[in-house]
Every structure is written in C-alpha cells, then in structure tokens.
Ligand binder design. Structure first.
Ligand SMILES: NC(=O)c1ccc[n+]([C@@H]2O[C@H](COP(=O)([O-])OP(=O)(O)OC[C@H]3O[C@@H](n4cnc5c(N)ncnc54)[C@H](OP(=O)(O)O)[C@@H]3O)[C@@H](O)[C@H]2O)c1
Length: 291
C-alpha cells in the first residue's frame, strides 16, 4: 500500500457503512481521502475523528443523483488537491420495492447505483487523463446481487437489476480503458450481506450470517495493493455458512405470494441453473427430493 501514500482517493457514500470504514482505513494508511455523501453531520463527525491520523480527510456534500453536484465536487477536488488517483464508487441505495412497486423507488436506485456511479467514473477519468495520472484505479462496490438472480427475494429485484448493470459497466469500462491504453485499473467488489444501515430494515436478513464493513475494506486494500500490472477484475465475498435454503425460509415468512416451499425451490433452481449447477445438485439430492 506504500505506493498510495499521499495520493488522492474519492470515496462516494462516505457517511456510513462500507464507505465510512474505507475512508477510515485509507486515511490511516496515509492517503488523502475525499468523502462524498449527502448527510453533512455524519461527514463532519468522520472528519473530526480522523484528525491527527497519518493521512487527511476532506468531504464534499454531494447527492450522486444530481449531475450538477457531482461536477462541482470533482471540480473542487481538481482545483484544491490537483490530483485524483483512485475513485471508489460505493454510494448505493436499496429500496424494498418489487416489480409492481413505486416508480420513484426504482428511479432512485437506478440514479444512485448506476447513473451516479457512471458520471463519477467519467469525471474521475477525465481528470486522470488530463493530469496524466500514472497509476489510476476505479473500484465499484457491486453486490452478489449483481451476479446471481434472487427470485425468492422479490422485493429487491430492481436493486439486483441495478447491480447487474454495475457488473456490465465495470467490465465494459475495463475494456474501454484498455483500448484507450490508459493506466487505470477497474475492479468490481461484490459482497453478500454486510451489517450496515442498508440491511437494518430488511427483516428477513436479521437472522442471517453477515459480513462486516472491515471485510470489504480488506478486499479493497488487496485490489489496491497488488502491482500495477495486476488488475483484480472481480472479488466476490460471501458470509461463511450462508445458505440459500435459510434465505428461502426467512423470505417465505414475509412474502405471502411465495406459496409453497417447493414453488420457491423450483424458482431458485431454474434461475440458478446457468451458474450454480453444483448447488442445484444439493437441492435436488439432499434438500428437496420432490424436484
Ligand atoms: N450492506 C450490504 O449487505 C451490501 C451488500 C452488497 C453490496 N452493498 C453495497 O455497498 C455499498 C455501500 O452500502 P452500505 O452497505 O455501506 O450501506 P449504507 O451504510 O446505507 O451506506 C450507503 C452510503 O451511500 C450513500 N448514498 C446513498 N444515496 C446517495 C446519494 N444519492 N448521494 C450520495 N450518497 C448517497 C449514503 O450516504 P448519505 O445517505 O449520507 O447520502 C451512505 O453513505 C452500496 O453500493 C451497496 O449497494 C451492500
């Protein structure tokens, strides 16, 4: 990590959870960290708690659903710090809203998780290109929901759609920057359930094994610390002992439209068929003999 000492990193969604912990750890490593988020009181508290550490913490009040806000914030970074080396696109929102839910919830999720993320990347890359940054890195905090469908958690269907978009965007951006021959790495980090504010409202996750924000920050540190010739493209992190049947049991208690255990199991099996053949084997042979 020493090579990043004194370098500038922007972290979106810095006011809580994974983003807050990322800021803390990177400042401790000696980096100049700029946190973006809407809740200024939380950012001020974080700023106070990081006084006197090896690196420095600044914040800009930013709503990533506002392009104007984002442009002003990146201009501030360029004007004030004269550099940007790393962008960690972490800001995200998960509304429990299914496919018959509210349009505004869907828009907020796409604006924050997809459009906001992409505007931030575009602006950071523009500055990196202009300032001829020698080693750049964009890290997108994706989700396990960006790789697998979760048909038994119907209320997060739009959220997982946004994260599937992040998977696609990350891969395409890595290709694009490669074609442009720019020395900027692109990484997707995809956690399973993490104990943060985002998960607090989701009743059926309360009993599940969860990761901690520090676990995700360790993955960020790993992706940053490998030699520049190495682009860690994707890291998937799931809690130990996580199992889909437990999820199914808990979601059945809240979703009345999930009629029977076997209905649910069938939908899981069919949707996982492309990616998780070994797990289907488990369902079929050990758990749900009727399928
Ligand atoms: N927790 C999990 O189980 C889990 C699992 C997989 C992936 N993730 C992903 O991890 C990332 C961080 O989430 P978290 O778990 O740490 O949740 P969190 O504690 O709720 O943090 C979300 C952060 O995003 C910021 N944010 C939300 N909307 C914003 C907006 N319009 N403009 C600017 N900032 C905004 C929030 O700040 P303000 O409200 O102050 O703006 C907050 O700092 C998200 O991308 C999430 O999808 C989380």
């Amino acid at each position: 990590m020493e090579k990043w000492n004194g370098k500038v990193v922007v972290v979106t969604g810095a006011s809580s959870g994974i983003g807050e912990e990322t800021c803390r750890q990177l400042v401790k490593k000696g980096m100049i960290v700029v946190g973006f988020a809407r809740r200024e009181d939380k950012l001020q508290e974080l700023e106070k708690s990081l006084k006197g550490k090896l690196g420095k913490f600044f914040y800009v009040k930013v709503d990533v659903c506002s392009e104007e806000n984002i442009l002003e914030a990146f201009n501030w970074v360029k004007r004030t710090l004269k550099s940007i080396d790393i962008l960690i696109n972490n800001a995200g929102v998960m509304k429990q809203s299914d496919l018959l839910g509210k349009t505004n919830d869907w828009k907020q999720m796409f604006d924050t998780n997809v459009i906001g993320l992409n505007i931030c990347s575009r602006e950071a890359i523009k500055i990196m290109e202009e300032l001829k940054t020698k080693e750049g890195h964009i890290i997108n905090i994706n989700s396990i929901g960006g790789h697998y469908p979760f048909p038994f958690m119907k209320d997060i269907a739009i959220y997982t759609a946004t994260k599937h978009a992040v998977t696609e965007i990350t891969e395409s951006l890595r290709e694009l920057l490669g074609m442009k021959n720019l020395p900027i790495r692109v990484t997707s980090i995809s956690p399973g359930a993490v104990e943060t504010e985002m998960i607090e409202e989701v009743n059926y996750l309360k009993e599940q094994n969860m990761l901690k924000s520090t676990d995700i920050v360790e993955a960020i540190m790993y992706a940053l610390s490998v030699p520049q010739r190495v682009n860690v493209a994707e890291i998937i992190i799931r809690p130990t002992k996580e199992n889909t049947l437990d999820f199914m049991k808990s979601t059945m208690q809240v979703h009345t439209y999930c009629f029977t255990y076997n209905d649910l199991a069938e939908s899981v099996v069919s949707s996982h068929v492309r990616k998780e053949r070994h797990r289907i084997y488990d369902y079929v042979n050990y758990k749900i003999p009727s399928i």
